[in-house]
Design a binder for this molecule. Structure first.
Ligand code: DGT
Ligand code: CA
Ligand code: CA
Ligand code: ZN
Length: 579
């Protein structure tokens, strides 16, 4: 079992105990264990085999024994019993903002609400408002949040879907002799920020064997449908995965077809029809001769139609067809183009690792530079730093840079943009720093005009280099705050301030559409992981996916600059020696 699956069990135990009203220490012990396990870079199975479980922070004797049991038996008897008392569907209710464990317990005890569907019924029947502490206002809020929840449907963040698809592909590729080729398709292959169902495509001469292997994978909770060439399953978290098995000589055409998007496919089919041909998931055909013009390889389908191969991230009918016809697709950014990270945290604010540990992790990745940007003072919940504390970091940064054998450490800050648009530090302090990321973390509910003015005034400060996670969204959890991003983009085009694509898969903020607007208007982007732990640097690919969907090239991105050019850029903005 994977670390994140084990972590999910402990998180579910913590939620269940909290709903039961158990004491906080027990609840926190499980939550803590879940958090630490999620942050591990090593497999728990390896750690356990080497007898090192107890050395992991957050894992005491009782939890270590439970991990052993999970690793040995694939399940945990304690959790199975707990589920009988607190059904798993009850935990879904905790996803609704405004519903904490205490309210969930109340709804369960008094109204037998066991699932989101039950809650909807109870709200419709007007029973909820009669409960203690659940006034009219709470009910209205709940109704609104439920509507939002429905609107979002079952879409999950790419950060959840992609690892599942990769695991399935990997397990079938190595585990089934019948599989010839196999790959993720659909919106996962296009790297959309959220995913409806997960699509996987394989070729084989023995499809029934492949489908059998698929429907028997350990992550399968339920087989929804099973035919001769296609099956659909649900994972434990109710994500649907479709697998289609096709003949090897149709691989390219099928991969093209099932990658989509639908709109992109419609345009391709029109081009085929204009040439008197027929395009479907089996191939590109000339009906007059019954000849197959292309089918085995995806690139051949595009080339026969007179287009260069289009990277999947661009396939949204957003100009890529025209560009591919004239051979002028962008040179899309790749992970290897990124030379450093300009937004990261240490344990001086809310990160988990020391400055040196973060720097060593950046060195392992071969970065040329890393900006240390701990939070500033008014973000109390994240242990924000005073000016004095940031100045103390300078000595450490200088010492590390003096070693001369790794990335240049830039001393920066993630600066609070206060509710009134003023900044947390005065200008002379900002000039002293090497780089400044300014972000909003408070008063999310401000009206559009006020929020827009707030962000624009921060962007106009000459020492603010980057606006961090500009919309503030948390995918599936928090809507973006109400801001006119178009106006912010215009302001940044004028001031030379960069906008961030925050690579955390829960954020991906800017999103692809706004990042593309920014690039069109000549605004710099910065693709940052916002790392709070060393392994968070691994999230960079998600930022790159979003950037690619936004047609971003390396020349648009601040942290694709080599160090000397980056330093020159920052010096022009009044940072560094002589400013
Ligand atoms: P999703 O699942 O909502 O995140 O989005 P997709 O793009 O993965 O959509 P899905 O799973 O319904 O279908 C996968 C691909 O199959 C889709 O991107 C294009 C292709 N496809 C599905 N249905 C149709 C259709 O009716 N016409 C055409 N041309 N293509 C289709
Ligand atoms: Ca899909
Ligand atoms: Ca599908
Ligand atoms: Zn932030």
């Amino acid at each position: 079992m994977r670390n994140d699956e084990i972590a999910a069990i402990f998180a579910a135990i913590a939620d269940s105990l909290e709903i039961k009203g158990e004491n906080r220490f027990r609840v926190n012990a499980y939550r803590d264990a879940a958090r630490h396990i999620e942050g591990l870079t090593e497999d728990l199975a390896v750690i356990a085999a080497e007898g090192r479980l107890r050395t992991v922070p957050g894992i005491g004797e009782a939890i270590a024994a439970k991990i052993q049991e999970i690793l040995e038996t694939g399940r945990l008897a304690y959790y199975e019993r707990l589920k009988e008392e607190v059904p798993e569907t009850l935990l879904d209710l905790l996803q609704i903002p405004g519903l904490g464990p205490r309210k969930v317990k109340l709804l369960y005890d008094r109204l037998q609400v066991r699932s989101i569907a039950d809650l909807q019924r109870a709200l419709q029947e007007g029973q909820v408002a009669s409960l203690p502490g659940m006034g009219e206002k709470t009910v209205q809020n709940l109704q609104r949040e439920l509507e939002r929840w429905e609107q979002r449907g079952r879409r999950v963040p790419l950060g959840v879907a992609l690892p599942i698809v990769e695991e399935i592909v990997q397990m079938l590729r190595t585990g089934s002799d019948a599989v010839i080729r196999i790959e993720g398709a659909g919106s996962v292959r296009r790297r959309r920020d959220t995913i409806g169902d997960l699509d996987v495509l394989a070729t084989s001469e023995r499809p029934e064997e492949v489908l059998k292997a698929f429907t028997s994978l350990p992550l399968v909770q339920e087989v929804v449908a099973r035919g001769d060439t296609k099956a659909s399953i649900l994972t434990a978290r109710q994500q649907q995965v479709d697998l289609r098995v096709i003949a090897p000589d149709s691989w390219g055409a099928a991969l093209q077809y099932f990658t989509g998007s639908k709109q992109h496919n419609v345009r391709l089919r029109e081009i085929a029809v204009r040439k008197g041909w027929r395009l479907n998931e089996y191939g590109l055909f000339d009906p007059s001769t019954d000849r197959r013009l292309a089918g085995a390889e995806e690139a051949d389908v595009y080339e026969q139609l007179g287009l260069i191969w289009v990277p999947p991230e661009l396939r949204e009918d957003a100009g890529e067809i025209e560009a591919a016809v004239t051979g002028r697709l962008p040179r899309l950014i790749e992970v290897g183009d990124v030379r450093g990270d300009l937004h990261s945290h240490s344990n001086w604010s809310d990160g988990t690792a020391s400055i040196e540990t973060m720097w060593l992790a950046a060195r392992d990745r071969g970065y040329e530079y890393l900006a240390l940007t701990d939070h500033s003072q008014s973000l109390g919940v994240a242990n924000g730093l005073t000016v004095e504390r940031i100045r103390q970091q300078r000595a450490i940064v200088d010492e590390i840079n003096g070693r001369g054998n790794g990335p240049r450490l830039l001393l920066g800050v993630e600066l609070e943009i206060r509710a009134d648009g003023s900044l947390d530090f005065p200008d002379d302090v900002l000039a002293e720093l090497d780089v400044v990321v300014a972000s909003v973390h408070s008063s999310f509910g401000q009206p559009r005009e006020k929020m827009t003015a707030r962000l624009i005034s921060a962007a106009r400060n000459p020492h603010v280099d980057i606006i961090g996670h500009p919309s503030g969204r948390l995918i599936g959890r928090r809507e973006p705050y109400d801001v006119d991003l178009e106006a912010l983009i215009d302001a940044c085009a004028e001031s030379g301030t960069a906008l961030e694509i925050n690579a955390n898969p829960m954020r991906l903020d800017l999103d692809d559409l706004h990042a593309r607007r920014a690039v069109d208007k000549g605004v710099w982007l910065a693709i940052n992981t916002d790392a709070h732990a060393t392994d968070n640097f691994d999230l960079l690919p998600y930022g790159i996916f979003t950037a690619r969907r936004a047609w971003v090239e390396p020349k648009h991105v601040l942290n694709c600059l080599p160090l000397p050019a980056l330093l020159a850029h920052l010096a022009r903005r009044g940072h560094g020696p002589g400013s």
